[in-house]
Ligand binder design. Structure first.
Ligand SMILES: *Cc1c(COP(=O)(O)O)cnc(C)c1O
Length: 403
């Protein structure tokens, strides 16, 4: 009986699996492997040292620091972890206030909530989902400890304004640069501008290691302590460098460092950064070209790259006029076996935070919540598949005159 049950279950699973993934479906994302990942992972294993802060961790960190002028970097197991390290470094205490855009991923706020912070949600700009720098100053009180701008789609927030405000009020800036690798603000790499910054190498980002992240420490005052927090509250990193002759428990911390096997995977990706970025930008530019006429005719809005920002082609999104159009467009694409998705639900209205929020309406965040559609964008997406996506969107609007 139980053997029969098992067989039946397996068969059901296989049938479901086939239904969900027909051969010609255009998926939303597909992680790209450059080819060297397993080779470097093998070398890490062969070296006999596979815990954290090994050869590949240091290779990655050095490469990031040199290429992007980051003062100091520490690989972490995720961007979420890097943000949690930032909260510890800033010594966030109960009732400290942290200004965070409402239109972001949960971790941007949650990292600070873990330490009792009150999140003061900020609205987005009208023409990008990024935090509206002009609305930040009104949110600052004597309790404000930090601002956490998120570079949505890898495009810079107005960092000049944000850093000026932070300096004037003596508060810290933590860049949530999860999506922003190899992107710039007036020539400066994103992640090199705030006191601290956090990157993600989750498989949905441009450069990946499955799960993975990095803390950037640009303010030297945090350098030593960051290393200690990273290594479970010990000065182990200083010990292995030969800076101290024994190591022990010197501060609070946790285990934030990834295995060197993960860093080895990431190193292969990093070596191919230019190739990955060039291909993603080619795809992004083609999306823009193929959808331009729909914008001119007033059916959609295309993403705007601010004048101080570059585009790292992390994401291609469009916005439509309302939730109903978006729901129907996503369904239309799905019927054509194209997986397109919406994005964040405003955090100020989330089940966890709605009652703690101070009640302000955040109109732009809510508009992006309802009108953004993200289109398939990954290294191996062919131009033919991309055209199928844009043809399908053009058909939706032009044949049905949906507005
Ligand atoms: C992906 C992402 C994160 C979380 O990254 P993890 O590495 O999965 O922890 C945080 N913030 C933003 C804006 C992201 O896009």
């Amino acid at each position: 009986m139980s053997a029969y049950y098992q067989i039946a279950t397996i068969q059901t699973f296989q049938i479901d699996f086939n239904l969900q993934k027909p051969m010609n479906t255009i998926t939303f994302n597909k992680p790209y492997m450059t080819g060297k990942e397993t080779h470097y992972m093998y070398k890490a294993v062969e070296s006999g040292k596979i815990s954290g802060n090994g050869i590949y961790t240091q290779k990655c960190q050095r490469l990031f620091e040199e290429k992007f002028s980051f003062r100091k970097t520490l690989l972490t197991t995720s961007c979420t972890d890097a943000l949690e390290m930032a909260a510890i470094l800033l010594d966030i205490q109960p009732d400290d206030e942290v200004i965070v855009p409402s239109f972001t991923f949960v971790s941007t706020a949650n990292a600070f909530v873990l330490h009792g912070a009150k999140i003061v949600f900020a609205d987005s700009e009208t023409d990008t989902p990024n935090i509206d720098a002009d609305k930040i100053e009104a949110l600052i009180t004597s309790k404000t400890k930090a601002i956490v701008p998120v570079h949505y789609a890898g495009m810079a927030c107005d960092m000049k304004k944000i850093m000026e405000i932070a300096t004037r009020h003596g508060i810290f800036v933590v860049e949530d640069a999860a999506q922003a690798i190899d992107s710039y603000h007036n020539g400066q790499a994103l992640g090199s501008i705030g006191h601290l910054a956090a990157f993600s190498f989750h498989e949905t980002k441009n450069i990946i290691s499955g799960e993975g992240g990095m803390l950037v420490i640009n303010d030297e005052r945090f350098s030593q302590r960051a290393e200690i927090i990273w290594e479970k509250g010990t000065n182990r990193a200083a010990f292995f460098r030969g800076d101290v002759n024994k190591y022990g428990w010197v501060d609070k911390g946790s285990s934030f460092l990834p295995s060197d096997i993960i860093a080895a995977f990431l190193y292969a990706q990093l070596e191919n950064l230019e190739i990955i970025q060039t291909q993603r930008k080619l795809l992004w530019d083609n999306y823009l070209k193929n959808l331009k006429s729909l914008e001119i005719e007033g059916f959609i809005n295309l993403p705007r790259v601010p004048k101080y920002a570059t585009n790292n082609a992390h994401m291609f999104y469009i916005t439509v006029s309302n939730l109903d159009v978006r729901t129907r467009l996503i369904a239309h694409l799905k019927a054509n076996r194209i997986m397109a998705v919406f994005h964040y639900l405003s955090l100020h209205k989330s089940p966890f935070y709605a009652e703690k929020h101070d009640g302000r309406d955040l109109t732009q965040s809510d508009i992006f919540e309802e009108t953004i559609i993200r289109l398939p964008l990954f290294f191996e997406l062919s131009l033919g598949e991309l055209k199928k996506v844009t043809d399908s969107i053009n058909d939706f609007f032009l044949e049905r005159r949906v507005n």
